[in-house]
Design a protein around this ligand. Structure first.
Ligand SMILES: Cc1cc2nc3c(=O)[nH]c(=O)nc-3n(C[C@H](O)[C@H](O)[C@H](O)COP(=O)(O)OP(=O)(O)OC[C@H]3O[C@@H](n4cnc5c(N)ncnc54)[C@H](O)[C@@H]3O)c2cc1C
Length: 359
């Protein structure tokens, strides 16, 4: 089989699926995914959307724009049922953080309110926030697999072709086109390829030269305590996310992992840490645990988008903010591919051991 399209997207996680959604509005797109759709980190993302992340709670890079992009995506892909715009509660963990959080609440009164410890205690049963908490109104909780499925269904209606079980093993740029080969010997041709491989980049020597690193995260599912009725995510000592009758509790940040599988030790550590926010969590038995690998750009905590040559592009490095960064950048991908000079300098391709910026 020999197919020629405008763009081949590789990888159906958040980066690849949302890029396919936006690109297929104006182009012929073929999406190749090694396994089932969204089988990488996106499959297990806890679903928190918080543009005021980080220790100080300041807005992340283009965070409010990213929130608007997510809203647009949800509306256009008819994915409203997968996004609960409930906001996020961020208990402070120290007096220093109290000062930062109060400043954020003052600077962004439309987005955040400071709540004293007593107010948190009175309002949210089962939550412990001895220093008080920042109540964020934007963002909330996304069912990530549901959002990806909705984006892919819309992309297919727009004409995109999607092939699961197609692991890309190589690509080769030529003067007129790029040729992509999958594990079963199938060859596909396009004007360009957009690699959205998540942690799968390590399989390719050329991509291992990029300034990327992999971090293992784990989440644990426990039965929701009867007294706990908070319906929004909690984020401080890790996070706690309500999901049906259960809670998802995460996460660990492990760079030197020896197994990609979840471990009981990490589950115990996660529940111990989160019990500072929800007392008693450390006494619950895990119902299940999942681990995944997210990819980040060392030193920037920003994603990476750009070309390796005229026809081969990468979109990766979403880190722990996959939902916001993927929403923001996937919407920009069609114009970035057309005008590489418009790529914001902060997110251009960089290589390990070098500050070199590509085109
Ligand atoms: C435990 C955990 C919790 C998280 N919680 C949150 C959260 O609450 N909120 C948030 O915003 N973010 C969260 N994240 C981060 C988020 O999951 C990631 O940033 C995001 O999913 C990365 O998306 P991606 O598309 O870059 O990569 P992935 O989701 O890993 O997708 C890559 C895809 O490429 C495919 N692939 C790889 N190699 C090939 C190949 N050779 N050929 C074809 N296909 C290939 C893979 O099968 C996979 O489907 C969390 C991450 C982890 C690990």
């Amino acid at each position: 089989m020999h197919t020629r399209v405008d763009t081949i997207v590789v990888g159906a996680g958040l980066a690849g699926a949302l890029s396919t959604f936006w690109l297929s509005k104006t182009q012929q797109v073929l999406l190749l995914e090694a396994q089932a759709e969204r089988s990488g980190a996106s499959q297990i993302a806890a679903g928190i959307v918080n543009p005021f992340a980080g220790l100080r709670g300041k807005p992340m890079w283009r965070g409010l724009q990213a929130l608007a992009s997510l809203d647009t995506l949800v509306a256009e892909a008819d994915a409203q049922q997968h996004y609960n715009q409930c906001g996020v509660l961020r208990p402070a963990v120290s007096r220093v953080q109290v000062a930062s959080f109060r400043a954020v609440a003052e600077a962004y009164p439309d987005h955040a309110t400071w709540m004293a410890a007593e107010a948190v205690c009175a309002r949210y049963a089962g939550v412990s926030a001895p220093y008080g908490a920042l109540r964020l109104y934007g963002g909330g909780l996304v069912d990530t697999p549901g959002l990806i499925d909705a984006a892919l269904a819309s992309a297919m209606r727009q004409g995109a072709a999607i092939k699961a079980g197609a692991r890309v093993v190589s690509w080769k740029s030529a003067a007129e086109a790029v040729h992509v080969t999958t594990h079963d010997g199938q060859r596909y041709t396009a004007s360009r390829v957009l690699l959205c491989l998540g942690s799968g980049y390590v399989a390719f020597e050329t991509l291992r030269t990029l300034n990327l690193h992999r971090t293992k995260g784990q989440i644990v599912r426990v039965r929701r305590p009867v007294h706990y009725d908070l319906t929004m995510p909690l984020s401080a000592h890790g996070y706690v996310v309500p999901i049906q009758d259960d809670l998802l509790v995460g996460t660990t940040y492990d760079r030197d992992f020896t197994t990609e599988a979840p471990t009981p030790e990490a589950s115990a550590r996660i529940l111990r840490a989160a019990s500072a926010m929800v007392p008693g969590l450390d006494r619950l038995n895990p119902l299940s645990a999942m681990a995944g690998i997210r990819v980040g750009v060392p030193g920037t905590r920003l994603p990476m988008v750009g070309s390796l040559d005229d026809r081969v592009w990468v979109f990766t490095g979403l880190g722990s903010k996959g939902l916001l960064f993927a929403s923001l950048l996937a919407q920009m991908v069609p114009s970035l591919l057309a005008e590489p000079h418009s790529i914001p300098p902060e997110i251009r391709v960089t290589y390990a051991n070098s500050k070199h910026l590509s085109r």
